[in-house]
Design a protein around this ligand. Structure first.
Ligand code: F6P
Length: 380
């Protein structure tokens, strides 16, 4: 019988985090289990910093709230943790043993890890070191292996779709090409799905290195039939054939944290090229963090609640080292090893490497077929 559990959130926030926290907490309350939340994810695990959630009024009324009431850490890898020495020098230390001890001392029977590929990689490694973990797949990018969908993704698509709707009217009014750059890292899910939902004319995704001339041709065809405007969705990780996606080194983030490269700027590049090739004025909008903040859609509230309740159920059954998933629309779980197992190295700096199991858009996916069927140009 488990008595005490803790939740931690790691990585970029998404809408739905609080809904998962609430569902775990409520299921714990129903079953008389104490529920805690680590403050700022893996950072809280290192510093042994947590708060009680069950019975806490501050953990109530959070279903519809964006963000996470317990915070979330980015660039916090317990196996490679940035420590500032008293003399100001920086060192990277493996603090995983300290984390294992902290969990034991606190008496947590299970730690729920809410996060994407990198987070679940860390969770798998901590499981191997003796912590009972259960992962819940979180990311707007929708790129976690073994699940149909991650929580937060639907809200991001919904925000992007609304942006496309709004860009349509201004594009039409001014005879312009409106480019919308959306997030997703190396996965094109948000771009592809929102392009279909918003009726965009072109969608460029990382899984299909683009030929800008093809996109320009599609726009020129529209001009030829009197449609002197177009809407183009560009995934931040999209790149031209033979080229690379536009990215920059993120300030203040050390290379050793492994996450120094940030995408951003590809939309601007595409807009510039399309303006030159088509003769239409082009403008670029970067949607950015709008996709992660604010209230979750009804779909994400339900998905998050299902994932949270399932995670607690698995803990009560003693099934650890697993991830809650949705498989062919049905709630289920898989071993974390299946999710991140390509990256065998214990304590590797990050999950999102070429060794990781990240789930990309495949060419046989219905979204690709549907987009092509209705004439959305995918840049090829
Ligand atoms: O992985 C989620 C995500 O929002 C990506 O889509 C984006 O590239 C990245 O995080 C941005 O990271 P940060 O919050 O560190 O700027």
């Amino acid at each position: 019988m488990i008595k005490k559990v803790a939740i931690l959130a790691n990585g970029g926030d998404v809408s739905g985090l609080n809904a998962v926290i609430r569902a775990i907490k409520k299921t714990a309350e129903v079953n008389g289990i104490e529920c805690y939340g680590y403050i700022d994810g893996y950072r809280g695990l290192v510093n042994n910093n947590y708060i009680r959630l069950d019975g806490n009024p501050k953990a109530s009324g959070i279903l519809q709230k964006g963000g996470a009431i317990i915070g979330s850490s980015t660039n916090a890898i317990v196996f490679h943790y940035k420590v500032e020495n008293p003399d100001g020098t920086i060192e990277y230390k493996d603090l995983s043993d300290q984390c294992v001890q902290n969990v034991k001392d606190a008496g947590f029977d299970c730690v729920f890890t809410l996060g994407g590929d990198s987070t679940q990689k860390g969770a798998r490694d901590l499981f191997i070191k003796g912590i009972n973990v259960i992962g819940v797949p979180k990311t707007i990018d929708n790129d976690v292996a073994c699940t149909d969908v991650t929580f937060g993704y639907n809200t991001a698509v919904s925000v992007a779709t609304e942006a496309i709707d709004r860009l349509h009217t201004t594009a039409e009014t001014h005879d312009r090409i409106m480019v919308l750059e959306v997030m997703g890292r190396s996965a094109g899910w948000i771009a592809l799905e929102s392009a279909i939902a918003g009726g965009a004319d072109v969608a460029l995704i990382p899984e299909i290195p683009y030929d800008i001339n093809k996109a320009a041709e599609a726009i020129k065809k529209r001009i030829a039939v009197g449609k002197r405007f177009s809407v183009v969705v560009v995934s931040e990780g999209a790149f031209p054939k033979g080229g690379e996606a536009t990215s920059h080194a993120a300030e203040g983030i050390d290379d050793k944290a492994g996450i120094s490269i940030k995408y951003g700027g590809e939309g601007q590049r595409v807009a510039k090229m399309l303006q030159e090739l088509t003769g239409l004025e082009a403008r670029c909008t970067i949607l950015g963090y709008m996709q992660r903040g604010g209230t979750p859609t009804a779909y994400d509230r339900v998905l998050s609640t299902k994932y949270g309740a399932k995670a607690m159920e698995l803990a009560m059954e003693g099934k650890f080292g697993v991830l809650t998933v949705l498989k062919n629309g049905k709630l289920d779980y898989v071993n974390l090893e299946e999710v991140v197992g390509n990256n065998k190295e214990l304590g590797a700096v990050q999950g999102g490497t070429e060794n990781s199991n990240v789930r990309n858009v495949t060419m046989d996916n219905d979204l690709v077929k549907t987009a092509l069927d209705i004439g959305i140009c995918l840049g090829k």
